[in-house]
Write a protein that binds this ligand. Structure first.
Ligand code: TYM
Length: 331
């Protein structure tokens, strides 16, 4: 059976981008594959959360994984830092990741532009740690959103380079995965770019947002004064709302509003109302379980403990092999 690995950083509540780009695929994949889903707490250290915030956000992601339907009996759910073998592999793999290729990574360049005062080494080597998350379990499929595609390419580069350097056929190649034909990029409500916490709370619809909050955010989403010429391409802010509708609404609903747009008969108030109601419906199954799961402290700690044991056992086999391959094993 093929192995699947993916993770989400512990930076707070999960939004529709995380859900449609990653989490919804996790839930489906656990029926077919040997799955490891983790909370990337080490990756979130690049932005220096307070210890209290880190603990709270790790817990939040665990709760939302379970609320979305990841079943700890089928998948291994663990916290990245509970498996220190990953950090050890990261040290080894850093020796054959080169400055030039790390500096060229799009996500790194974006982070440097957005926050020039915090260009730390962890940020630069973020893709190396990510590669280790995947390589440590020999995964071949990695469910992620479009923004992570380049990191998967780098993972293949690092794994292949290791194989070449030590003349082994040890690490497998892994590929970004989505059930839709293309990797997903969910736009935000702010009229530009993808949904993401760094673009502000108003751009994100969180899985835990109440129906009232979802309605408020969608009604305030950036739009324009409406089309005046028939059958013209939509400006970005409107296209984004249609892209969101494509994900949360039925094909008929989408077609209906698309026709109205193309004939200049659309009323954005009605369009947004429909979009908001469909978002409320789409998030309902997850939202309704968050509170109940969050209250069950015993269950949460059991899930995390079991996951850590299973993930560490798998990681330990790899790290022992790697130590031997690179010659660290004692006589
Ligand atoms: P993070 O926390 O930034 O994102 C978690 C997942 O959500 C997806 N995602 C989106 N997908 C579509 N549209 C959006 N607007 C959107 N926003 C976020 C991301 O693509 C990702 O799949 N680096 C990873 C965390 C990670 C990881 C790994 C993933 C660390 N190690 C190993 C896979 C395998 C990340 O992007 O986290």
């Amino acid at each position: 059976m093929e192995t699947v690995v993916s993770g989400i950083r512990s930076t707070g509540k999960l939004h529709l981008g995380n859900y449609y780009g990653a989490l919804s695929n996790f839930v489906k994949m656990q029926e077919e594959y040997n799955c490891f889903f983790f909370i990337a707490d080490l990756h979130s250290l690049t932005t220096h959360p307070t210890p209290g915030d880190l603990r709270r956000t790790v817990r939040q992601v665990v709760v939302e994984y379970l609320a979305a339907g990841i079943d700890p009996e089928k998948s291994t759910i663990y916290v990245q830092s509970d498996v220190p073998q990953v950090a050890e592999l990261y040290l080894y793999m850093n020796m054959n990741a080169y400055l030039g290729e790390l500096e060229r990574a799009t996500a790194f360049k974006d982070k440097v532009r957005a926050n020039p005062d915090n260009v730390n080494a962890g940020l630069l080597t973020y893709p190396v740690l990510m590669a280790c998350d995947i390589l440590i379990h020999h995964a071949t499929k990695v469910p992620v959103g479009k923004d992570q595609e380049q990191h998967l390419e780098m993972t293949r580069t690092f794994g292949n380079r290791f194989n070449r350097l030590y003349e082994v056929d040890y690490f497998k190649e892994s590929f970004a995965f989505s059930y839709s034909d293309k990797l997903v990029k969910i736009p935000g409500l702010d009229g530009q770019g993808k949904m993401g916490k760094s673009n502000g709370d108003a751009s994100c619809v969180y899985l835990s947002d109440s129906p009232e909050i979802i309605r408020k955010k969608v009604m305030r989403a950036v739009s324009d004064s409406g089309p005046t010429i028939e059958n013209q391409p939509k400006p970005e802010s409107i296209q984004n709302l249609f892209d969101l509708m494509k994900v949360v609404s039925s094909a008929d609903t989408y077609k209906h509003f698309d026709n109205l747009y193309n004939t200049c008969a659309i009323r954005y108030g009605d369009f947004k109302k429909q979009l908001a109601e469909d978002m409320v419906l789409a998030t309902e199954p997850v939202r309704s379980r968050i509170e109940e799961i969050s209250a069950d402290e015993d269950y949460l700690s059991k899930v995390i403990k079991l996951g850590a044991e299973k993930a560490a056992a798998s990681a330990d086999r790899t790290i022992k092999d790697v130590r031997e391959i690179i010659g660290l094993k004692k006589i």
